[in-house]
Design a protein around this ligand. Structure first.
Ligand SMILES: NC(=O)c1ccc[n+]([C@@H]2O[C@H](COP(=O)([O-])OP(=O)(O)OC[C@H]3O[C@@H](n4cnc5c(N)ncnc54)[C@H](O)[C@@H]3O)[C@@H](O)[C@H]2O)c1
Length: 358
């Protein structure tokens, strides 16, 4: 049996990846999450209704839950760094502790464990977000010893230089705007962006020096039906579904982002693993910029009303304009998102209506 590992697998991206792997393979999927933010599997929303793998584990051993037929899904609750240290201390830890006799090494490893939060966390508690440096350093140290078959490191659009994202002076961000070889890196966005830039650097070292197959992605603003309400898209959708009037927006609302649906993010992440192995990164975006005012317009139109806008100018808004130049991905690598903004927002809105009105 093949084994895949997803750190941070109870988070937004991680649980969507876990579901995808369970739907498309017979492989065992091990999710590690301390649930500091993530949602435990028993509560995972299922878009098609029903519960995740019958709604309850088939077996529980200490901090570990075994789910589904053949215990195909395993949830290890705890800090990912402890999981890694256990593996480093004893090569046979997984076999001895959990009876995974056929385990030799991980096939695909998706490293999604991170302290992310929304804008409020990134600006409001930067030193907590800096703990990502510790998680990523321990991760790459382990990965270069364990040598999984393939490794995914999610960087972020926040790794791009902030001076390319200013009001009146912004560009569509292209992969080469971060140039490790030429030493042209710029200033990333807060400790979050610095940790992502450092993670990418570690990925390159892991590929060059240790010959690890590793791919990086720079997702722009991923959104989806089951995203935490601390993120703007589901929060705005829920407020529109509840007919908020006047409609509050952080800042002027003119700041723009490049929104990409979670299903497309998952496709792009798997595509990157198949097509990148040298630690370099590809953008995940649509190539289009949309302001928060435009997002509010879309959702309030769905809700059938047209409220006045109330700007909350004391709220953190981040950079003015952040969107992807997708030329490299569309034309050279050959991947494109398949869910339009309108369709993706409609899905989020329908989910929000179900949440608000039961
Ligand atoms: N969602 C996006 O649009 C987006 C955009 C760019 C980059 N990313 C990156 O993708 C990854 C996943 O993002 P997400 O949106 O799913 O975030 P998320 O916050 O929903 O998920 C992160 C998960 O990591 C867990 N976690 C945190 N610290 C941990 C630790 N020490 N040990 C074990 N688990 C821990 C949290 O409980 C959470 O479930 C992150 O690295 C993030 O930076 C996401």
């Amino acid at each position: 049996m093949k084994y895949h590992l997803i750190s941070g697998g109870c988070g937004f991206v991680g649980r969507n990846m876990a579901k995808r792997l369970l739907n498309t393979t017979q492989d065992r999927v091990i999710v590690v999450d301390d649930c500091s933010v993530g949602m435990e599997p028993a509560k995972w929303p299922m878009p098609e209704g029903g519960t995740f793998l019958g709604g309850a584990p088939v077996r529980v051993q200490d901090n570990v839950e075994f789910w589904g037929e053949n215990e195909q899904f395993v949830f290890w609750r705890g800090d990912f760094r402890f999981f890694l240290r256990n593996m480093l201390e004893n090569d046979n830890w997984l076999q001895e502790a959990y009876g995974f006799e056929d385990f030799a090494k991980f096939e695909d490893v998706f490293h999604f464990a991170a302290i992310v939060g929304g804008r409020a966390k990134i600006d409001g508690d930067p030193m907590m977000v800096a703990l990502d440096l510790s998680i990523d350093a321990e991760f790459f140290y382990w990965a270069c010893r364990h040598m999984p078959n393939r490794v995914m490191f999610p960087s972020s659009s926040a790794a791009y230089p902030v001076n390319l994202q200013k009001e009146g002076d912004y560009v569509a961000l292209k992969e080469s705007d971060i140039d490790f070889q030429g030493g042209n890196l710029g200033q990333p966005d807060m400790t979050y962006g610095w940790s992502k830039l450092t993670g990418e650097y570690l990925a390159r070292i892991a590929a060059e020096h240790y010959k690890l197959h590793v791919a990086c992605v720079r997702p722009f603003s991923g959104y989806g039906e089951d995203q935490d309400l601390s993120y703007p898209i589901p929060a705005i959708a829920a407020r529109a579904a509840g007919k908020e009037d006047p409609f509050e927006v952080w800042g002027t609302g003119k700041q723009g982002r490049d929104f990409v649906h979670i299903d497309d993010c998952i496709d792009a992440i798997l595509f990157a693993l198949d097509n990148i192995k040298d630690g370099s990164a590809m953008n995940i975006g649509s190539g289009k910029i949309t302001s928060f005012l435009e997002i509010i317009e879309i959702f309030t139109k769905f809700a059938g009303y047209n409220p006045p806008i109330k700007q909350l100018l004391d709220k953190p808004v981040g950079v003015h304009a952040r969107h992807a130049n997708m030329d490299h991905v569309f034309n050279e690598l050959g991947w494109k998102p398949s869910i339009s903004l309108e369709e993706g927002m409609r899905r989020v809105y329908d989910a929000a209506v179900a949440r608000v009105h039961g």
